[in-house]
Design a protein around this ligand. Structure first.
Ligand SMILES: [Mn+2]
Length: 428
């Protein structure tokens, strides 16, 4: 179904971005359709930044922001295509629905861009975008159009306009979520947390890792969220020590734990949740020991996360606690080993339209501090790949999503049972 209108927030974001550099022209492209094989496409998903600035949800579009005005370039209506792929907004409707000052056919892009660059002093355009299918071709085209703008810019303006990377400006905006974004993330987190809880209840020895993946998908779709934000990890036993295990095709056995890292998208905003729990009813002692160390860190980070504290401070605290935890588990770091042997990833990351969302962590040696409206994951873990201890083959990660508030943080995934007692009670 086509949208009738979009939230005024999309326009407000374009205005905010233009305010950051008022004599610039911003050029963005939407996602393209991607072939999976022969005539089959991957499900279409809009480019996150393009969605953030427009809400427009068809492929092959472009957006130009200049002189305080928005120009949206879209596919034209075309009965011969629409009979296959469904109704399009088309040029006239696009400007109304997405509330841009102008809309044009994407076929006019090459002609219009040099004209639009007339009064601009610079261009923000992302070169080498890894989400573009043929970035070199597109870059060459845009650079040529910037060259073609020279005659429009008059005799006083010799040479090409400088091209700058818009990423830092967008990071500044995207990292702070507005109230509508927070509600979208809140729902993605709530539905995903309940899907995880569902897995916890139904998992039994003999099930396949893929059964859990299927149940997760089914649960979130039944609750109205159609896509996952990333490929889910369902890792039984030793597989949990492979950080990005996505084969998800082995049998879950009594005595093992299973690590599930999965999150659903709500209007492109994703949750990112990990739980680790026994396949059978109870934790074994060694599993419980590791699990409780990781949980202790996760809970402490929730207490510490607040405005003014940097991500780095939280990460360092988690390293300190996990190192002490290893010691108390009787694991001695020897030779070249550091905590990284057992905790090889960071404490977390920003979360939003992308699972590893836009936002700056540190710049020129300066750590950025948390502010109200930021959303970050809190995912300490311990992984024992080696065979030197009684913990061999155990991998535990506990991941929550935190919204930074005025005084502290809100755990958006609080609905998940986390203590050993709560988990075992739900399983028996
Ligand atoms: Mn994560």
């Amino acid at each position: 179904m086509l949208k009738q209108s979009v939230s005024p927030r999309f326009k407000a974001r374009r205005t905010e971005l233009m305010k950051k550099d008022s004599n610039a022209c911003f050029v963005f492209f939407g996602a393209e359709e991607l072939i999976r094989n022969y005539s089959v496409h991957f499900p279409f998903r809009q480019h996150s930044t393009f969605h953030y600035l427009t809400g427009y949800d068809e492929p092959g579009a472009a957006l130009v922001l200049v002189n305080g005005e928005s120009h949206l370039f879209v596919l034209e209506r075309d009965e011969s295509h629409e009979i296959w792929d469904g109704e399009r907004y088309g040029v006239d409707r696009a400007a109304k629905v997405f509330d841009t000052d102008f809309s044009h056919s994407i076929r006019k892009f090459n002609q219009k861009l040099p004209e639009l660059l007339r009064g601009a002093g610079k261009v923000y355009y992302l070169l080498n975008d890894r989400e573009c299918i043929h970035p070199a071709d597109r870059d060459q085209r845009v650079l040529k159009l910037i060259y073609e703008a020279i005659p429009f810019r008059g005799k006083g303006n010799l040479g090409n306009l400088p091209v700058l990377d818009p990423t830092p400006l967008l990071a500044d905006l995207r990292v702070l979520k507005d109230s509508e974004e927070i509600e979208l993330i809140r729902k993605a987190c709530s539905v995903s947390a309940n899907a995880h809880k569902h897995l916890l209840k139904i998992t039994k020895p003999g099930m396949l890792e893929s059964d859990l993946e299927t149940e997760f998908q089914y649960f979130v779709r039944k609750h109205g969220l159609m896509q996952l934000g990333y490929n889910p990890i369902v890792a039984g036993g030793m597989n949990a020590t492979t950080l990005h295990y996505v084969r998800n095709n082995e049998i879950l056995k009594e005595g093992q734990m299973v690590l599930v890292d999965a999150g659903a998208e709500n209007e492109l905003y994703t949750a990112d949740i990990t739980q680790t729990f026994p396949v059978g009813v109870t934790f074994f002692q060694a599993q419980k020991n590791v699990y409780e160390k990781v949980l202790e860190v996760n809970r402490e980070i929730i207490r510490l996360a607040k405005p003014g504290v940097s991500y780095r401070t939280l990460h360092d605290e988690s390293v300190k606690m996990l190192t002490e935890g290893l010691k108390s588990l009787g694991v001695v770091l020897s030779g070249q080993e550091s905590f990284r042997t057992y905790f090889p990833h960071g404490l977390g990351h920003y979360l939003g339209l992308d699972v590893h969302d836009a936002g700056i962590y540190h710049e020129q040696g300066k750590d950025y501090v948390l502010k109200p409206g930021m959303v970050m994951t809190n995912e300490p873990g311990l992984y024992f790949r080696g065979n030197e201890t009684e913990y061999q083959g155990i991998g535990v990660r506990i991941e929550d999503d935190l919204l930074i508030t005025e005084n502290g943080c809100e755990n958006l995934t609080h609905e998940l049972p986390r203590t050993v007692e709560e988990i075992e009670a739900l399983k028996s």
